[in-house]
Design a protein around this ligand. Structure first.
Ligand code: GTP
Ligand code: MG
Ligand code: ZN
Length: 407
């Protein structure tokens, strides 16, 4: 592991920044009739100021992927672009294999973190050991996954490091949570083949979990010859080192795409306390037919509560509920200050418009985040916005395939 396979499109190793201006050269359009051509495709990777779009149909010269920036008028609508988005690309330069995203199709689902649109399945990946499996952290990841409304799978990695009895104990414990986990080892290959068959179906699946649990190792085991970079865990808590930095989709089976994502340790909890309990599959059935006496029941031992407390994750539920209520109260008592925007119960600084100006100027001078000014050629015509933040999403599923109205 660790060796990097060349990128199937441009020959660069995966994980390398988008092509620099030196690599790309000036945006030459030898055949004017090919300029301003448009195409549609799927965003398969997002990094810094660019996205890579896999085209629905192969273009002139066998080009099947384009490196794209975003049109300013799209940015002005607040429309963010995520991996998994179906997009319309215009201003295509087939020779340089570049274009600009002009419109985003409506999304069927949206996972906020990692940011992936239109996923059909969220695969929560946690290690059994190194780092030790923490039930609360696992619950938070599962809640985030369940909140998307798509199918949720649970994969527990590093099974080679645990004896059969503790493995069996985890199986039983998680069955009571309503999950049938896939216990796998990327090291020995145990459990990999059945999981590959399960995942190799049309649609987009997303690996999601903390750093160091083995998401990239799992992808390497599932998709031979991929050779994604992996990093050893370290420290007393055996934490990962955030080896994967960007979301990227890789083909698995016919029509199946699996996203490797950067690990993170603490997923946000959903905002609505009343909706929280439905994200616990083991008690979802108790909410139907009659349900609790009070429609706003928070299931804390209230009279006529149908959910009750006789389930193993009830203490986890109460702990999460307490946090959701606290973040809701904090958001209510704290009016949005000028210069701050409310997001998920937290205040975040707005991007100072002056910073955007500086950033653009710097990029024109060839000192952008990639240090290459490579977008300057692409933006000359329409002044594309290159300040997008892949982590900051629009207000939810939505978006429009209709290009934003011209100002
Ligand atoms: N023993 C054992 N080690 C594993 C297994 N899977 C992954 N590892 C090791 O765990 C460490 C972390 O693996 P990665 O694949 O980089 O983890 P990741 O989840 O992609 O981490 P980030 O990219 O930081 O989010 C590496 O040292 C791997 O060799 C496994 O099944 N068994
Ligand atoms: Mg990784
Ligand atoms: Zn109740």
């Amino acid at each position: 592991m660790g060796a990097e396979a060349p990128d199937p499109v441009d020959g660069s190793p995966p994980g390398t920044p988008w092509l620099s201006s030196a690599q790309l050269g000036p945006a030459t359009i030898p055949n004017p009739s090919l300029a301003n051509a448009s195409a549609s495709g799927l965003v398969v990777a997002l990094e810094a100021n660019f996205c890579r779009v896999a085209l629905e149909s192969v273009g002139p010269g066998g080009v099947d992927q384009l490196l794209c920036v975003r049109r300013t008028r799209l940015g002005k609508t607040g429309q963010q672009i995520c991996v998994g988005d179906r997009v319309q690309v215009d201003g295509v330069d087939w020779t340089a294999r570049r274009g600009a995203v002009a419109a985003v199709a409506p999304r069927s689902s949206l996972l906020a973190r990692p940011a992936v649109a239109n996923c059909n399945r969220v695969v929560v990946v946690m290690a059994l050991v190194q780092p030790d499996l923490d039930p609360i952290q696992l619950t938070r990841f599962l809640l985030t996954a369940e909140a998307t409304g798509v199918q949720v799978d649970l994969v527990l990695t590093k099974a080679d490091l645990l004896a059969p009895q503790p493995l069996q104990d985890w199986r039983q414990r998680l069955a009571a949570w309503g999950y049938e986990p896939w216990l796998v080892s990327a090291q020995t290959g145990a459990g990999i083949e059945p999981l590959r068959q399960h995942l190799a179906v049309p649609g987009i699946a997303v690996l999601c979990g903390p750093s160091g649990v083995g998401k990239s190792s799992l992808l390497n085991a599932l998709v031979p010859d991929l050779a994604l970079r992996v990093g050893a865990v370290s420290g007393r808590l055996q934490r990962g080192r955030h080896t994967t930095r960007h979301v990227e989709l890789f083909p698995i089976g016919a029509g199946g795409l699996l996203a490797d994502t950067p690990g993170f340790n603490r997923p946000d909890l959903p905002a609505d306390p009343v909706a929280l309990v439905a994200l616990f599959p083991e008690v979802r059935g108790r909410l139907g037919a009659g349900g609790c006496r009070f429609t706003n029941c928070l299931h804390q031992g209230d009279p006529g509560c149908a959910v009750g407390s006789d389930w193993p994750r009830y203490p986890h539920y109460l702990q999460c509920l307490e946090q959701v209520l606290a973040q809701e109260a904090a958001a209510k008592s704290r009016p949005a200050e000028p210069g701050l925007k409310q997001r998920g119960g937290r205040s975040e600084p707005r991007l100072d418009p002056r910073l955007r100006q500086i950033s653009r100027k710097r990029q024109r001078q060839g000192d952008g985040p990639q240090g290459d000014g490579s977008t300057a050629d692409l933006v000359a015509e329409e002044g594309e916005d290159r300040d997008w933040d892949p982590g900051a999403l629009g207000s939810g599923p939505g978006g429009s395939m209709n290009p934003a109205p011209k100002p």
